[in-house]
Each structure stands twice: as structure tokens, then as C-alpha cells.
Ligand binder design. Structure first.
Ligand code: 6CS
Ligand code: FE
Length: 309
């Protein structure tokens, strides 16, 4: 078994996974890549809020009928057809489904959702470019056994392990169940997207096999998290099913476990700018597999309008 040395790109503006230290620097990329005009798919206030806070919560983005149809598709996916498939990640401890990846490949309904103008159209505006899906997944967070997602910046992982060059990606998360204070909703630090924490700890081979159950590499120290939380505070992204959340790739976030009987299920789509296509990993021995990061030539999405149901 050979452990390849990760490439330390000379032009790396976001170095991370240091052997012996952590480094906090300012972001060099914009958060909002477009200038707002009357033709934008969101209001000026929403655009400003996304730029300032690093996320945007849109209630009632999808109707009850549309959500019902997606929940049916999500139950079908969970129903066993993908058992044993690498796309499925189970909870640590219990064998319950935690995440199903490659949502757009595994489900026509979720593929259509990704291309919906309410997702892809808004992502185009936020990123000021054509977009493609870098990663798609369904997080189930089952009742009783759903475990936490520890604090992290998504970009840190995508940069280190997938080779995403710059901060020009956004996640869209559609709530398929009500997310409230009780069942482990997404927590975000507003404004944290402007700082970048290069993390301590080199990437082991095949890190993704454990990191998707419980992430330990690419997570900031408690000292750094405390500083960030004291500077920015912590907000929760709650709302009824049908709420749509956009959050910048570098917004510090995580979520608690779910010991309530009520599952917390969200569909995630990561949109990356076509101009920000992946290169070799910046700080990992080898790129992660295709179900976690699309590495082909990016194919721009043409957003679709109309109801899903
Ligand atoms: O691995 C990923 O792509 C995502 N999942 C985790 C647990 N951390 C980084 C990123 O959000
Ligand atoms: Fe994340």
C-alpha cells in the first residue's frame, strides 16, 4: 500500500490539514457573486442577508403536495433497493440509514428537484455562474438513533479531499420533515463564512469511510470554535417541511443528535460554479469517489420551472 503525498499547490489560497497547527485567515472570495437587479430570483433584502450571514431560509418554497411526492420518493429510496450500495451510509452504532448519496442519479424526482429554478436558478444567481451538482444526498437523521454532525465548514473538506479550488459553491437543503428545536436542526454561525479555518491533522487514506459517520479530521479546535461562536453567535435553521435553506460552502455549521421519536429528513444539493471545477485534492492522498464529488467535466444545469407534483 503506497501512501501518496498530497500535492501542496503553490497557488493554494486556502491551505489546510496541517501536521502541527491550525490557521485562521480571512476569506479571499466573494460570498454573493452577483449584483442584485430587479430580475434576480430573490429580493434585495434576501441577497443582502445571504451575503452578510452566509445563509438564507425560504419558508413555503415548496407546496405540501410537492413535499408529499418527494417524501414518497425518499421512502422508496430507503426501502432497500440500494442496500449494500456505497451510496448508503448507516448510523454509527445502529444500522439505520443516515445518508443516501447520489440522489440525482438514484431518483428521477430528486433529479428534477435539483434542476428546479427555485434551487438551480437561485444557485446561479448566488454564484454568478452556471452551476452543476457537486454532491447530492438525503440525510434521514432517524428518530431516537440519529447522531450529530460535528462543526465543520463543507468547503474545507471539498477543498482538501475533492480539490475544489475556491469558495464558489452553495448548498441547498430542502426540509422534508418539520425541523424544529427538538429534532437536531441545522445550526449555523452567521458571518462565519468570512473566516477560514485551516485545520490541524493530516488526512488519512480513505478518510471518507469514517468521516461520513462521524467527522474528526477537518474539524476546528474547540478554541477556534469558541472564538467563532463568541464573535458570530449560533443560529438554528428551523421551519416546516417545504422550507428551503441555502448556505454558503464555508459557513460553519453542524447539528445535534436526534433522540426524539420524530425523524429529521433533508434533501441536500451542492451546487458548484462551472468555473470552479475540481482539481487534484489539495490535502489528501487521493480524490474521494464519484458518489461524494462529481469529477467529470461540469455540465451546466438549465433550470426548469413549474410544479413538481
Ligand atoms: O463529506 C462531505 O462532503 C460533507 N460531510 C461531512 C460530514 N463533512 C463535510 C461535508 O459537509
Ligand atoms: Fe456540512
Amino acid at each position: 500500500m503506497t501512501l501518496h503525498q498530497p500535492i501542496r499547490h503553490e497557488s493554494d489560497v486556502y491551505p489546510t490539514r496541517f501536521a502541527d497547527h491550525e490557521q485562521i485567515i480571512d476569506r479571499v472570495d466573494p460570498v454573493l457573486w452577483s449584483t442584485w437587479t430587479e430580475t434576480a430570483p430573490i429580493s434585495r433584502e434576501q441577497a443582502e442577508s445571504y451575503d452578510k450571514n452566509g445563509y438564507l431560509i425560504l419558508r413555503d418554497a415548496f407546496s405540501a403536495d410537492e413535499v408529499r411526492a418527494l417524501i414518497q420518493s425518499s421512502a422508496d429510496l430507503r426501502g432497500g433497493a440500494l442496500d449494500g450500495n456505497e451510496d448508503v451510509v448507516t448510523e454509527p452504532g445502529s444500522g439505520e440509514v443516515r445518508t443516501v448519496f447520489r440522489l440525482v442519479q438514484n431518483s428521477p424526482a430528486f433529479d428534477r428537484l435539483a434542476r428546479d429554478s427555485r434551487l438551480a436558478g437561485v444557485a446561479q444567481f448566488l454564484l454568478g455562474d452556471d452551476v452543476y451538482v457537486h454532491q447530492s444526498r438525503l440525510n434521514y437523521k432517524p428518530g431516537f438513533t440519529g447522531k450529530e454532525f460535528y462543526w465543520h465548514s463543507d468547503f474545507e473538506t471539498w477543498h482538501a479531499e475533492d480539490g475544489m479550488p475556491r469558495m464558489r459553491a452553495v448548498s441547498a437543503s430542502l426540509l422534508l420533515t418539520d425541523n424544529d428545536a427538538l429534532n437536531g436542526p441545522l445550526m449555523l454561525m452567521p458571518g462565519s463564512q468570512r473566516r477560514y479555518i485551516g485545520c490541524q491533522g493530516e488526512t488519512p487514506e480513505n478518510n471518507y469511510r469514517s468521516s461520513l459517520k462521524k467527522q474528526t479530521i477537518g474539524t476546528p479546535s474547540q478554541k477556534a470554535l469558541r472564538e467563532l461562536a463568541e464573535a458570530h453567535g449560533i443560529d438554528t435553521a428551523t421551519g416546516p417541511a417545504g422550507t428551503l435553506i441555502f448556505f454558503d460552502c464555508n459557513t460553519m455549521h453542524g447539528s445535534n443528535g436526534n433522540i426524539t421519536p420524530f425523524p429529521r429528513s433533508n434533501a441536500f444539493f451542492v451546487f458548484n460554479a462551472v468555473s470552479n471545477a475540481l482539481r487534484e485534492p489539495y490535502a489528501a492522498p487521493a480524490p474521494r469517489p464519484a458518489h461524494l464529488a462529481h469529477r467529470g467535466a461540469p455540465k451546466a444545469i438549465a433550470p426548469v420551472t413549474g410544479s413538481l407534483a
